[in-house]
Design a binder for this molecule. Structure first.
Ligand code: CMP
Length: 483
């Protein structure tokens, strides 16, 4: 700030000094003009030439004074009035156009005053060759000039915005827009000048300073890692990183199921887009630590060889763990440890993503499920809108109705979060029923109750269920061929 104000004082001082010098020079010029004319006349010997010769310094001095005047006026209008009114600095191009027009106007006036006998307008308009020369010489300059004007009229970007321009994809922060070029400071701290006419021809990507601009950061995880967990862990790790905007929560999503990995992208919005390189790096670092802390693994090119075993269905979790889980299911409580182990061997584990449908009402079904991890909602669709009848959690079972009665599925079952279920098929249940006749009875109670809930959900209906369970039991026995 101090440097700026001292350079301004310097400029004011130089300006005043120059003005004083020019005014003094003019004063001296007019003072010595008659003797000078006489002297020249004496030297040259005739009167016509020396008069027009003497007017050259007069023209120069007045032009310099006009130039200083235009500069002073420009400073007054743009530095003071414009900034106070609009709150930002006037574009350099506008200032230059103003200076050019004002100075040309003044120069023509001065010229006409000093050389009254010469018609400047006619000189310009009649001189076709002069026009062609000027036109050819200024072709590029004028192209840049007009392109600059149109860029300013459109205002597609401003000083401070990040832009990507040209085939070479020059990227950086705009430092200034002049009548000739756009000056960009790249992220390697180099200056790139893109001429206005080139910029007007090419596609420009603008990331305005006042805009919430987003970035994508990519990474990959192993297929064995849970997507729901990855999303949660990465989003939480990234959202409070420096320069990541709090206004929009970052989005973590699967970009592709690649050959070697689940390919992810983190989309986040920046407070200050010009610092995106640092923020990208910080986000990558956060992702690394978050994955490491949560036991998730970055993928690298790997091939996973699956050797197929004889038994097609393999449980997801270890057998003992599954037997443990099944023992906690109320209807299986009469089963012995050995029977639970047998049942566990026959189960197949499945993982479902949040909001995935596990069972669709109306489908055929020949297996039931026990929730091993997570939560599911049982939903019936009434007049087009789903109504949740029950939410089932770890240790609850579902899908038994279709399995035991042979009827179609009675409701939709939807995962509320990432959910792992254990599927038990018809054959495994038949075996269990044969050794545990009481099991069919307790399941028939559950089914009758659930049927009543589905029917109405009222007290009357649940009392009915007591009578109906006898009917359910009979149909279970029939369906499984039990006596
Ligand atoms: P099924 O008909 O095979 O498929 C849908 C499942 O939703 C059904 O078996 C039951 O397991 C379950 N279900 C239906 N109604 C209810 C309820 N009222 N409470 C809990 N679960 C239910």
């Amino acid at each position: 700030m101090a440097v700026r104000s001292s350079s301004r004082t310097n400029r004011v001082f130089v300006f005043i000094f120059a003005t004083v010098v020019v005014v003094l020079a003019l004063f001296l010029f007019y003072h010595f003009k008659p003797p000078l004319i006489d002297y020249l006349a004496a030297r040259m010997g005739h009167k016509a030439g020396e008069d027009s010769l003497i007017r050259i310094p007069e023209l120069i001095l007045w032009s310099i004074l006009a130039f200083l005047g235009v500069r002073a006026l420009g400073t007054l209008i743009f530095d003071l009035l414009f900034r106070i009114r609009r709150g930002y600095e006037a574009p350099t191009l506008v200032r230059n156009i103003f200076s050019l027009l004002a100075f040309t106007g003044l120069f023509v006036l001065i010229f006409n005053k000093i050389y009254e006998e010469i018609n400047l307008g006619a000189l310009f308009t009649t001189s076709a060759i002069f026009g062609v020369i000027i036109g050819l010489a200024l072709q590029d300059t004028l192209g840049n000039f007009f392109a600059g004007i149109s860029l300013h009229a459109d205002r597609p970007f401003q000083v401070g915005d990040v832009i990507v321009v040209g085939l070479q994809k020059h990227t950086g922060v705009i430092e200034s827009i002049t009548w000739r070029a756009i000056k960009i400071r790249t992220f390697q701290n180099h200056i790139v000048l893109v001429s206005n006419s080139n910029a007007a021809k090419e596609a420009i990507e603008v990331c305005p300073r006042e805009n919430l601009n987003a970035r994508l950061v990519l990474f990959g995880t192993l297929y064995t890692d849970s997507p729901a967990k990855t999303i949660h862990v990465v989003r939480e790790a990234v959202r409070d990183a420096d320069n990541v905007s709090e206004k929009i929560t970052p989005i973590v999503r699967i970009r592709n199921l690649g050959d070697f990995s689940i390919e992810w992208e983190v989309k986040y919005w920046l407070d200050d887009y010009a610092k995106y390189n640092d923020t990208d790096a910080l986000v990558r670092q956060r992702v690394w630590y978050a994955l490491r802390r949560n036991g998730l693994t970055f993928a690298f090119p790997t091939y996973t060889l699956h050797l197929e075993r004889k038994s097609v269905a393999r449980p997801v979790t270890a057998e003992e763990q599954i037997a443990d889980r099944l023992s906690a299911v109320d209807v299986f409580s009469p089963l012995s440890a050995e029977e639970l182990k047998q049942l566990a061997t026959a189960t197949v584990g499945h993982v479902f993503a949040p909001s995935e449908t596990l069972i669709r009402a109306g489908d055929e079904g020949s297996s039931m499920f026990v929730v091993n991890n997570g939560r599911v909602a049982v939903q019936v669709v009434e007049r087009g809108t789903p109504r949740t009848v029950a939410v089932l959690t770890e240790g609850n079972f579902f899908g038994e109705m279709a399995l035991f009665t042979g009827e179609p599925r009675t409701a939709n079952v939807v995962a509320l979060e990432e959910t792992e279920v254990l599927e038990i098929g018809h054959a495994a249940m038949k075996h269990i029923f044969e050794t545990n006749p009481s099991l069919a009875e307790s399941i028939s109670w559950t089914i009758a109750e659930r049927q009543a809930d589905l029917a109405a959900g009222s007290l009357q209906a649940s009392q009915q269920s007591i009578q109906e369970s006898a009917g359910v039991l009979a149909s279970i026995k029939r369906f499984f061929g039990l006596h």
